[in-house]
Design a protein around this ligand. Structure first.
Ligand SMILES: Nc1ncnc2c1ncn2[C@@H]1O[C@H](COP(=O)(O)OP(=O)(O)OP(=O)(O)O)[C@@H](O)[C@H]1O
Length: 226
């Protein structure tokens, strides 16, 4: 999958919180995005994830522009399911009522129109994802409050990868994590890119970005000359 964002902007409460920004990420490519706090990287990722719509500008996936605005067709669920998102702040995002096994397999259950979590039905995928992210099997039956930040973050990345997305977007995936967990997460993302996905990682961890990404792009550079 390729992602192109052409001069996208985003407004909130009457002011522009993301100035015109242009980003192109080809497939098999992993881009590290850096920016000072509050500069708009979470906003940019929300646009790329098709969670928010840009106020101006255009987003294309595989060179096909996403239609927005009045009368535009709804973005199909199948298109959204090709996008895996790891949000900032796992503690806020994770549902405290679900076990890690239920959390990881939730997108599979949703895809199959199940009304409730069914991790037993997806045992093979669950164990493969847990193995990939070095998530011990014994923690899968625990709830978020019973696991470490690193284990929770790895479970949320497993969840983001559960439908084998071709676009992977991560917002500060390793902030406050130990070096071993950081390495696991970056290696898994690198593997996804090597297998053909387009990966965008916003992070302050320059050393990890330099080690694993194809390029590091400061957000300010995406806003020059627009
Ligand atoms: N819903 C909102 N209403 C008003 N302002 C907002 C809203 N969401 C974000 N902002 C503002 O927009 C700007 C960009 O926010 P964003 O979360 O995208 O930045 P960020 O680069 O991800 O920051 P951080 O690294 O601190 O998470 C910030 O100045 C923020 O205060």
């Amino acid at each position: 999958m390729t992602l192109t964002m052409n001069a996208v902007t985003l407004n909130a409460v009457g002011r522009q919180i993301l100035p015109p920004t242009t980003l192109h990420v080809p497939d098999q490519h992993m881009v590290g995005l850096t920016a000072p706090s509050g500069a708009g990287k979470t906003s940019l990722l929300a646009l790329a994830a098709l969670i928010k719509r840009p106020d101006t500008g255009e987003i294309s996936i595989d060179q096909i522009p996403i239609p927005w605005g009045k009368g535009a067709p709804k973005i199909p669920v199948s298109a959204r399911q090709r996008i895996g998102v790891l949000p900032q702040d796992p503690r806020r995002f994770a549902d405290p009522r679900l076990t890690l096994a239920q959390t990881v397999t939730a997108p599979l259950a949703f895809r199959d129109r199940r009304s409730r979590p069914a991790p037993k039905q997806y045992q093979d995928q669950l164990l493969a994802l847990a193995d990939q992210l070095r998530l011990p099997e014994k923690v899968l039956d625990r709830h978020p409050s019973q696991v470490s930040d690193g284990q929770l973050q790895r479970a949320l990345l497993a969840r983001a990868l559960s439908l084998n997305p071709t676009l992977v977007l991560c917002d500060e995936p390793t902030s406050a994590l130990d070096p071993a967990t950081t390495t696991v997460i970056f290696e898994v993302l690198r593997n996804k890119a090597d297998q053909g996905a387009c990966v965008v990682v916003a992070s302050h961890d320059r050393a990890s970005l330099a080690e694993h990404c194809d390029e590091i792009v400061p957000l300010a550079d995406l806003q020059k000359g627009q």
